[in-house]
Design a protein around this ligand. Sequence first.
Ligand code: DX5
Ligand code: ZN
Length: 214
Amino acid sequence: MAKIAPSILAADFSELGRDVRRLSSEGADYLHIDIMDGVFVPNISFGPDVMKSILGDAGAPFDVHLMITEPVRYIDRFVTDNTEFITVHYEACADLDATLKTIKEHGVKAGVSIKPGTEPDVLDAFLKDIDLVLVMSVEPGFGGQKFMDSSLAKIRYYKEKREEEGLGYVIEVDGGLSSANSHLVREAGADIIVAGSAVFKAPDMAAEIRGICG
Ligand code: DX5
Ligand code: ZN
């Protein structure tokens, strides 16, 4: 069974506290926090103050996905007692080693994401220092897009690599996932599944969450 990290990007921002409490009570393992800067991706979401405003409602740890250029500049802003993972994009970091080090110095687990057009082996030299690999199954920037099955070979790649090299990272996949297609990524080896619109649009949120986890 996979874990689920529902994305609050699909929540009703005027009722964010209510939606976050609902996610937690209906089975979210993590709360996926999508941060977009309008530069690395062509969209702007929200910043660390909004994330911190839901701390009192969050029954699950934060899984922060930074879609921002040179995220090393802002890592400390996303560190809270409830932050389990901070994930940065390989494509957004001039010095990935230093960025990972900065995340870990704050006592937070370090994740790295690759966009759909990025080959999985670019992370080979970093995998020993990575706690989470995030495979994007849509172009980052927007919720509600169609799942790209080119992500499946990448999930398999990271699963095999982890076995071969005896590494300990978890594999997460993000974009276009629902109870209808999540079996594909579970079978490929995903440990954590991100889902935004499917969770919030479902007539029965708890059933959708269970269906995604398998
Ligand atoms: C896309 C974000 C995703 C997005 C997922 O850039 O990283 O986390 O919110 O939304 P759905 O599940 O609707 O594709
Ligand atoms: Zn995300």
